[in-house]
Design a protein around this ligand. Sequence first.
Ligand SMILES: [Zn+2]
Length: 95
Amino acid sequence: MSLSCPFCHSTEVMLVDASTQQSNTTLSSLVTPTTLGALGTTVAKSFNLPPIIGGIAGTVIGSVLNSFTETSAPPPQNLCFCHNCYQKFPTHLLH
Ligand SMILES: [Zn+2]
């Protein structure tokens, strides 16, 4: 496999380790069952509901959202970065 950019055919191509990509971690670290549980408790208080109801609802919603973001996350793949045209592309485009 020769490293040459499929866009500009430059050889200034660098492999990028996909495990260092931080695409989905921000969302899933924000949307945790704990966070939503606390949020649900706050919402329940403002509606004069027992806080435990909001806490449970928030935790359930958080778990559902979490499993959704996990399953919808794309499989990790190695990316290449071209230093000439600044394009990122999967390694299978290399030829
Ligand atoms: Zn390029």
